[in-house]
Design a protein around this ligand. Structure first.
Ligand code: COA
Length: 363
């Protein structure tokens, strides 16, 4: 009779299981303080944002958890995604939160949790990783095909001067520049209103997916946007207030931008968390976003996105490149990569969406 030896990896693997809400038993979390390295790891937030089932990916869990001694000691959280690659549609997932309890690290659990994701998702993507997670992904054959750039665009020089402690009497000297900037942005909005309607979006509906599919071939954004994901991640966010502006051409959604405010040091940030439009609508959409953010009191607009499809349009609108580099890691099943040698010729994404961490810029 053959003797079956159970390797350490098999034993660890057998303790990993998928879940669709998180966690089933909140008492299973050993130490909520130690648990999360960022806010997504709060169970309520997790379920509000990631809990399943997801209409376009019913089989994909919201996380794989590693359970030992009745406690959840590791998790890999995922957000289902769909990619339009040429003529085929390929299911995939964003790896949004990998965590292993400090006592359990360096045993291979992080790698095994990631392995489960790779098995379910022919395409998996992750951005904004910690150094440890970057090493882990590289060792597992994930590649770094694209880089996300950070762009900033001043909205109020007075606000920026205030943030660095310049006294009020000196700040008055830039009031005229601020007024010019505001008038310039408003003029763009007015020009756009000649052919487009610009209005807030209360709920995303299937027109967002239609827009995403329509634009995929021209801007190379293979990652499809879904109304339910946009609503879940942004408009229904349990703790953070986002708002969205849309461009409409004869009632057809032609672009959207999702906005929120935040702060870094004393600078009031206007964060363009996500946007989608054709390159020839970029100026109109950004001008609408700038005006909305200015009304919300932002000193500076900031957006992280994969630039190439938009050429020099960001610079023409006064965006400056911030030096940060944010790599995006992607794992693609080998048969897909073999079938599509030009797979990485264009970035698949327009933006990364928003981080669940508080916004941070390098000092
Ligand atoms: C990142 C993390 C999940 C790794 O989990 P883990 O179970 O310790 O990782 P594993 O034991 O499976 O290691 C997998 C590979 O990554 C490498 N690795 C893991 N942690 C590392 C670290 N701190 N520095 C460098 N490499 C590291 C290992 O060397 C290993 O490669 P090898 O098998 O070729 O030796 C864990 O350190 C963690 O939870 N960190 C805090 C939260 C975090 O950073 N999450 C990532 C969010 S993006």
């Amino acid at each position: 009779m053959p003797v079956r030896t159970c390797t350490v990896a098999e034993r660890l693997r057998s303790r990993i299981r998928p879940i669709t809400s998180f966690p089933e038993d909140p008492r299973a979390i050993p130490d909520p303080e130690a648990w999360g390295h960022h806010v997504l790891s709060s169970p309520d937030l997790w379920n509000a944002k990631l809990g399943g089932p997801h209409p376009h990916a019913p089989g994909v869990p919201c996380a794989w958890i590693y359970v030992s001694g009745g406690a959840i000691l590791g998790h890999q959280g995922v957000l289902p995604a769909l990619f339009d690659l040429g003529t085929s549609t390929v299911p995939g997932a964003w790896a949004v939160d990998l965590y292993v309890d400090p006592k359990e690290r360096a045993k291979g659990i992080g790698a095994l949790l990631t392995e489960r994701l790779e098995q379910v998702a022919p395409i998996a993507a992750a951005g904004g990783l910690t150094e440890a997670a970057e090493v882990l992904c590289r060792r597992r054959g994930w590649i770094e095909p694209f880089e996300l750039m950070t762009y900033v665009r001043p909205l109020s020089l007075r606000g920026l001067l205030r943030a660095i402690g310049i006294p009020a009497w000196m700040r008055g000297s830039v009031a005229a520049i601020d007024a010019l900037l505001a008038v310039h942005d408003l003029a763009r909005v007015r020009r756009a209103r000649g052919v487009l309607t610009i209005r807030g979006i209360e709920r995303f509906d299937p027109s967002a997916e239609a827009l995403s599919q329509r634009l995929a071939p021209s801007i190379g954004a293979h990652a499809r946007r879904f109304a339910d994901t946009l609503n879940r991640r942004f408009l229904d966010h349990p703790t953070r207030r986002y708002r969205s502006v849309g461009l409409f051409a004869s009632d057809r959604l032609d672009g959207y931008a999702v906005l929120r405010t935040g702060s870094y040091r004393r600078v009031r940030l206007g964060i363009i968390a996500d946007f989608l439009c054709a390159p020839d609508r970029f100026a109109a959409l950004m001008a609408a976003a700038f005006s909305a953010l200015r009304r919300d009191g932002a000193d500076i607009a900031i957006v992280r996105f994969f630039g190439p499809a938009f050429g020099r349009a960001p610079e023409r609108l006064g965006f400056l490149r911030w030096g940060t580099r944010l790599p995006l890691f992607v794992h693609v099943r080998s048969d897909l990569r073999d079938a599509m040698p030009d797979l990485f010729e264009r970035p698949w994404f327009v933006t990364w969406g928003d981080s669940d961490m508080e916004w941070e810029l390098p000092a």
